[in-house]
Design a protein around this ligand. Structure first.
Ligand SMILES: Cc1cc2nc3c(=O)[nH]c(=O)nc-3n(C[C@H](O)[C@H](O)[C@H](O)COP(=O)(O)O)c2cc1C
Length: 341
């Protein structure tokens, strides 16, 4: 948290700028009739925006989650919390998550990490169905988000290195709970998404490359700890992963709802994501500064995202999100090279 707020940990290339929506000189709609509402996993959002999971488990997180939840409820968008491992397995600061339950956020995601659903060493207590129930109850969650963060784990000196069996365990949890699988800044490929769909996962949050880089975050943390090798790995893998827009294009044909995230920093980026076929766009790094400042700042940031989205909808003649999903676009730059790989 301190690192993300204090250092530049963004990816070096802005893939969303490669997605250019085609201007429609004659919109033939009124700005006032634009309706950006959308259904995501059976919940109606006033705008196709998800604040993706960030925090919880330490005292100051209560303020951040409270600001986010109050603003998300007011603006009518979805939100997730950060990994609930601290609260569920260690009983640390459950109230820093629970504050989210106080607000009528239209769709809430509980959060656990994939490395915690398998044993990392013999005798480890893994997150099981009862823990998931507790994690969901804590924030009155509608859906469980399971995050994949193996890039981050490889840059952490104390990182979890075991990944065998995660897919099957995700399947076991998805049989009991509505599960969305998310990355944390390195994207999801179509092959992996197919395997997850076979395990009855309900939705994806791509969290592709181009926004917050967890290799960068862990690079700085490793430097602080004097972990020379990991600091070097973080620098080397700073931009590792599948660009967010490419991951969206790979996953949309699978037919499950896709949240497009990783570097979404404006309402125009939200519009670009929807034009590629996503159901909603997600942001974490884009709202963190406002959320750590105050409620008013957080609400203003969300309202600005929605306003910019509506400007893009007007200028493409899209009255609804379904119209925007059909808007013409051009792909340029590095993203174009990825398409022709
Ligand atoms: C401070 C911070 C903490 C995060 N913690 C979590 C987490 O606990 N669980 C999770 O699934 N994702 C976590 N993320 C990842 C985000 O949900 C998101 O996938 C990623 O940051 C890419 O989006 P962005 O470029 O908009 O930041 C965190 C992100 C930030 C910035």
């Amino acid at each position: 948290m301190k690192v993300v707020l204090g250092k530049n940990v963004e990816g070096r290339y802005r893939y969303w700028d490669d997605i250019q929506l085609v201007h429609r000189t004659l919109p033939e709609i009124d700005f006032d009739e634009i309706d950006p509402s959308v259904d995501l996993l059976g919940h109606r959002l006033k705008a196709p925006i998800v604040i993706t999971g960030m925090t919880g488990g330490f005292p100051d997180a209560a303020k951040i989650n409270g600001n986010l939840a109050k603003a998300a409820a007011e603006v009518g968008v979805a939100m997730g919390v950060g990994s609930e491992r601290a609260a569920i397995l260690k009983g640390q600061y459950p109230e820093s998550y629970a504050t989210v339950a106080e607000y009528p956020v239209p769709l809430k995601f509980a959060n656990i990490g994939a490395p915690q659903i398998i044993p990392q060493k013999p005798g480890d207590r893994v997150v099981g169905p009862d823990d998931v129930r507790a994690a969901m109850a804590l924030i009155h969650a509608d859906v469980l988000a399971i995050h994949l963060n193996f890039l981050q784990e490889m840059v952490q000196p104390e990182g979890d290195r075991r990944a065998r069996g995660v897919l099957e365990r995700i399947g076991a949890l998805a049989a009991e709970f509505p599960v969305l699988v998310k990355e944390t800044g390195a994207g999801i490929s179509q092959a992996v998404a197919r395997a997850l769909r076979d395990q009855k996962v309900r939705a994806f949050d791509v969290s592709g490359t181009g926004g917050t880089s967890f290799a960068a975050v862990e690079h700085y943390r490793a430097l602080e700890q004097g972990a020379v090798r990991e600091a070097r790995v973080g620098k080397t893998f700073w931009d590792w992963g599948i660009p967010a827009p490419i991951s969206v294009l790979e996953l949309v044909p699978l037919g499950l709802p896709v949240v497009a995230s990783g570097g979404v920093r404006s309402g125009l980026d939200v519009a670009r994501a929807i034009a590629l076929g996503a159901t909603a766009a997600g942001t974490a790094g884009g709202v963190l500064k406002a959320a750590s400042t105050g409620y008013e700042e957080t609400r203003t940031e969300l309202e600005t995202l929605v306003h910019e989205l509506k400007v893009a909808m007007f200028l493409t003649g899209a009255r609804t999100v379904a119209d925007l999903q059909k808007a013409p676009y051009v792909i340029t730059g590095e993203s174009r090279s990825w398409l022709h790989r």
